[in-house]
Design a protein around this ligand. Structure first.
Ligand code: BDR
Ligand code: CA
Length: 311
């Protein structure tokens, strides 16, 4: 395989499930492993969900369970968006893919260190706990990893609080460690992912595939749509898909460099990704911030990936 080597660290989650499908089904991807982290639901549920998605999609990469909660705070979950199971909507198949015995952080370290320097990209689509733990376990990861392409944060608004996006708010200390490390970081935040609303045109293209996996995706998007409709959105934002797309087809979005810091102690702003595009803080840029999405192109590559899987 000569594709982009990826490790997807996720908390499925409807949009995480789509991220798995893109990472597994795109011909330019070499998905090395999937790791799970508590976030949208408990670690037991999101790990079961990751394995269920792999089962229905026919994905056979190692899947390892990660952190059951954040580094230094009480866990928060998101049943309001993802339901009691974390993946409400479709009937979930019994997971048939095995669970790797290693903790996620160990699997991340061993996988990255087993490949040539600068070849493995980490794609976190949940709280950043596992990534921070892996970095603490093996500080050389910061030079070894090609890039971290993460879904999280925002430079305008939050979704968990007015200031903070869920993945960063769920473990701000872990996020601070990830943004402060020397590896290149792409932040695919809400400003970008709120442009990725899975509208009827996209859903109808998925339906037309006519496979059991396509039905599964449609059932996911049905539930997710209702959750977003309650918050005034015309369609659900499939955030996590965008962090994978940024690796496989970077031209699907545009970017601006900025210094990004995580607010750890604000009265109202804990978990905010403070984003300095203008050099006001006189710090070198540490992040490539995604700003504008070519949505049609995102749908093209997502539909093509789903068509490759689960048959
Ligand atoms: C992020 O939070 C989760 O609910 C989604 O899966 C996504 O990763 C969006 O804020
Ligand atoms: Ca997620």
């Amino acid at each position: 395989m000569t594709g982009q080597k990826l490790i997807l660290d996720c908390d499925p989650g409807h949009d995480d499930a789509l991220a798995i499908l893109l990472a597994a089904g795109d011909p330019r991807s070499d998905l090395l492993a999937i790791t799970t982290v508590a976030g949208n639901q408990t670690i037991e549920k999101v790990t079961r969900n990751a394995r269920a998605v792999c089962t229905i999609a026919g994905v056979t990469v190692p899947v390892a369970r990660g952190a059951a909660g954040p580094l230094a705070r009480e866990a928060i979950i998101a049943p309001d968006y993802h339901g009691d199971s974390g993946l409400d909507g479709p009937v979930l198949p019994a997971p048939e893919v095995p669970l790797d015995p290693r903790p996620a952080a160990q699997l991340i370290v061993e996988t990255v260190m087993a490949h040539d320097p600068g070849t493995v990209t980490l794609v976190p689509t949940g709280p950043l706990t596992n990534i921070a733990l892996a970095l603490a376990l093996e500080p050389r990861l910061a030079e070894r990893v090609r890039r971290v392409s993460l879904m999280g944060g925002s430079y305008t608004r939050g979704n968990r609080t007015p200031a903070a996006e869920f993945n960063i708010m769920a473990d701000p200390e872990a996020a601070a460690a990830v943004f402060a490390a020397s590896w290149p970081v792409t932040m695919v935040g809400l400003d970008l992912t709120h442009q990725a609303l899975a509208d009827d045109a996209f859903r109808s293209r998925v339906r037309t595939l006519g496979t059991p996996l396509a039905t599964f995706v449609e059932d996911l998007l049905g539930f997710f749509s209702a959750a977003y409709a309650r918050r005034g959105f015309a369609a659900p934002a499939v955030h996590d898909l965008c962090a994978v797309a940024a690796v496989l087809e970077p031209e699907v979005m545009t970017y601006r460099d900025a210094f990004v810091a995580i607010e750890l102690a604000g009265t109202w702003t804990t978990g905010m990704t403070v984003t300095d595009f203008d050099g006001l803080l006189d710090r070198p840029a540490n992040t490539r911030v995604a700003v504008a999405l070519d949505r049609d192109r995102l749908w093209d590559l997502t539909v093509a990936a789903i068509a490759q899987l689960g048959r």
